[in-house]
Design a protein around this ligand. Structure first.
Ligand code: ADP
Ligand code: MG
Length: 697
């Protein structure tokens, strides 16, 4: 038996259990050894029932005295078991819908129970609701040595393979495995004072008797620390190798000529902020280097990222290269198109929008122009990459990430045989932990300063029952000369429903609430030119109010608009709400964001409160991550987010930082080619499949 042995062939497992373990992604002995307990229980010093106090979490070992089932209000079944131990006290276990336990918890059975001790005030007895329990009787002595008298691991059951069975299996494996090879470089292990792999795995599942239970349950025992560190170490090493490899590829060395500088000056509608100048400097330096740029531009909504991207585009174009701008949706692509077209009007660049709404003929025509090099900037969704668009001389790809543009798409560009510089813009700041994980192979520029004169936006939460108050507030602002947005959510499945809501509200607002006032209506189904006319009319102030589905998420820029009313705000994600709010507060006037909601659940309330409390995009995205978890935050699969086994991005940030530093230091100092090759080979074998680090080494 070694680490690669399939679980099926391990004594005590067999095909049926192996299939259930497979359901948890556990295929080999190594997988099972990496399957960390989610909790530990101290069964070295177990309390007797007589010693228990209400309110504490406790483990009790006792015998089933008697059981009974009863119905409450004729419907819900309540199963009760009375437990007794040598202290002659009793503890009541209660389970709703627990009838199935009748055949399990038979009188005389010895069990370990774990849960919160409460006082059943009705009976005046100690009780425990839905305790976790484990049947102990039937153990021979060697079995009880596994499950009692020690700190025991509690693993999440895998199908019918219970925590107890897993514990027994792991105990046997740990007993028989001998010393395992340790992949972590010895010098790193020494420097970080980490236990070796064999000890770490053994102690992960069966902690030594003196281990601190609190540390264990916080995942900070030396063994857990080592395994978390290791997981991050390999991930970071892989990302860093990939990054250094891309860096060494030949790429375009753009020149920042005087002419390019002049063009930038002519384009700029205002003086760039210090932060914009700094990041443009970083970008221009990358572009000048004869290697492909791989840079991410982060900054809060409204911090002026697009303007910086436009400057970079000018550098590429003035070097006679083409620029592609890629957005995650057609709507966003359309808005980037308007934005860039507006900025580049004076420069006379040829610019094209490529979307699905073009006719086949138009599309062919545009593709021909792109291939002939006659279109300098093409804007579209990532279909622009997937379709058979071939560029004459693609020099720069600007990717508006919006969390949806995966690492793989980014690489596809390079795989198309061109190595353009790549600038990824993230419209929402990404928590540092995640950007390190996902983009450890990117350089990062951060715009941490808003354009001057911005006043913080005041955000309020209003229940929909008080919508009339919102309208009177809006009326006051409009009477004072300002403008307002009203936004409705579009849910993927039913754009039609949102559309109806927006249309109805448009009618209601323009005929009943604000009779005689021009109100615009904007939605995704409109033809591009109608959309543009509507936006322009609002921009010129001809319409005072714009009712919209989420079309205005990005790109609309009307400094005179001071109110953003978001209806059914509970249906939007945090990041999206923050984006929408960023549409106001762009001029000198005080601006407001009003979040109108129906009834809220706990998470909903938390989300709304986050926005009311803060306008800091980094804080909001940290909260978003906490509320949704890393998987959903990025929409799992295509995000390229690695499936971590023991490490947890939220819990283990500081270990991630350490691992990243150690991986960098190790790769830098690994003068020894043989050693470096060993590391690369290990990465290639073990981690490529899991982390999709397809371009390592
Ligand atoms: P982002 O893409 O980061 O959300 P934008 O590039 O759309 O931000 O810029 C937000 C708004 O701020 C736009 O109205 C833009 O024209 C304006 N803006 C950008 N840079 C500056 C600046 N240096 N001074 C004043 N306004 C600016
Ligand atoms: Mg923008």
């Amino acid at each position: 038996m070694d680490l690669n042995t399939p679980l099926e062939y391990v004594k005590g497992i067999g095909p049926a259990r192996a299939a259930m373990l497979q359901g948890k992604g556990l295929l080999t002995v190594e997988d099972l050894l990496s399957y960390a307990p989610f909790r530990y229980e101290d069964r070295t010093n177990i309390k007797s029932i007589a010693q228990l106090a209400p309110g504490e979490m406790a483990t009790v070992i006792a015998e089933v005295a008697h059981v009974k089932s009863q119905r409450i209000r004729g419907r819900m079944g309540l199963f009760e078991a009375t437990f007794r131990d040598s202290s002659h006290s009793v503890l009541l276990g209660k389970w709703f819908h627990g009838d199935y336990l009748k055949s399990v918890l038979v009188p005389g059975l010895r069990v370990a129970l774990y849960g919160k001790i409460e006082l059943d005030s009705f009976r005046g007895e100690l009780s425990i609701l839905h305790p976790e329990f484990e049947v102990l009787s039937g153990d021979d002595d060697s079995e009880s040595a596994i499950h009692l008298g020690r700190i025991v691991p509690i693993h999440e059951a895998a199908g019918k393979v219970s925590a107890r069975v897993l514990r027994t299996l792991l105990y046997r494996i740990c007993e028989n495995m001998g010393t395992l090879p340790d992949a972590l470089p010895e010098e790193v292990r020494q420097r970080m004072k980490l236990p070796n792999y064999t000890t770490a795995v053994r102690n992960l599942h069966f902690p030594p008797p003196n281990e601190d239970l609190r540390l264990l349950n916080e995942f900070r025992s030396p063994a857990q620390f080592r395994l978390i560190f290791e997981e991050f170490f390999w991930m970071q090493a892989g990302l860093q190798l990939r990054r250094s490899k891309v860096r060494l590829q030949p790429g375009i060395a753009f020149e920042l000529s005087d002419r390019a500088r002049e063009q930038i000056k002519a384009m700029l509608p205002f003086k760039p902020t210090g932060a914009q100048k700094r990041v443009l400097g970083e970008i221009a330096k990358d572009m000048a280097a004869p290697h492909p740029m791989n840079r991410m531009l982060q900054g809060d909504v409204g911090s002026g990222k697009t303007l910086v991207a436009a400057e970079a585009a000018i550098i590429a174009i003035e070097n006679k290269y083409q620029v592609a701008v890629l957005a995650p949706t057609e709507i966003l692509a359309t808005q980037h198109y308007f934005y860039f077209r507006n900025l580049f009007q004076k420069l006379g660049y040829s610019i094209a929008l490529v979307t699905g709404s073009l006719s086949a003929r138009e599309k062919t025509k545009i593709k021909e122009l792109i291939a002939a090099g006659l279109i300098q900037i093409s804007i579209g969704t990532h279909a622009l990459l997937e379709e058979d668009v071939s560029y004459h001389r693609l020099g720069l790809a600007i990717v508006d990430e919006q969390h949806r543009f995966g690492v793989m798409q980014r690489l596809r560009l390079i795989e198309k045989g061109v190595t353009p510089d790549v600038l990824v813009m993230t419209a929402t700041p990404i928590p540092r932990t995640l950007s390190m994980t996902l983009y450890g192979d990117l350089d990062v520029s951060i715009i941490d300063e808003l354009p001057p004169g911005r006043k913080p936006i005041v955000t309020r939460h209003v229940p929909e029952t008080r919508i009339e108050e919102v309208w009177s507030f809006v009326k006051r602002e409009i009477d004072a000369g300002r403008q307002a947005y009203v936004v409705y959510p579009v849910i993927e499945e039913s754009e039609t429903a949102a559309l109806k809501a927006a249309e109805k509200m448009h009618q209601h607002l323009s005929e009943i609430v604000f009779p005689g006032m021009p109100v615009g209506l904007l939605h995704g189904r409109m033809p591009t030119d109608v959309k543009e006319q509507t936006m322009q009319a609002f921009k010129r102030g001809e319409t005072r109010m714009l009712v919209s589905t989420t079309v205005i998420e990005v790109g609309v820029d009307v400094p005179n608009a001071t109110v953003m009313v978001i209806e059914q705000a509970e249906r939007f994600g945090l990041a999206q709400l923050h984006q929408l709010r960023g549409r106001v507060g762009r001029g000198g006037h005080q601006s407001y964001c009003i979040l109108v909601t129906g009834k809220l659940n706990d998470t909903g309330r938390e989300r709304i409160r986050t926005l009311v409390d803060s306008t800091d995009g980094f804080y909001i995205s940290e909260m978003d991550l906490k509320l949704r978890g890393p998987g959903e935050f990025f929409g799992t699969k295509q995000s390229g987010l690695p499936a971590l086994r023991i490490a947890n991005l939220l819990r283990d940030t500081e270990i991630l930082e350490l691992a990243r530093r150690e991986a960098a230091a190790y790769l830098d100092e690994a003068g020894d080619a043989e050693e470096r090759n060993r590391v690369i080979a290990y990465l290639r074998d073990h981690w490529q499949a899991r982390y999709g680090l397809s371009r390592v080494g």
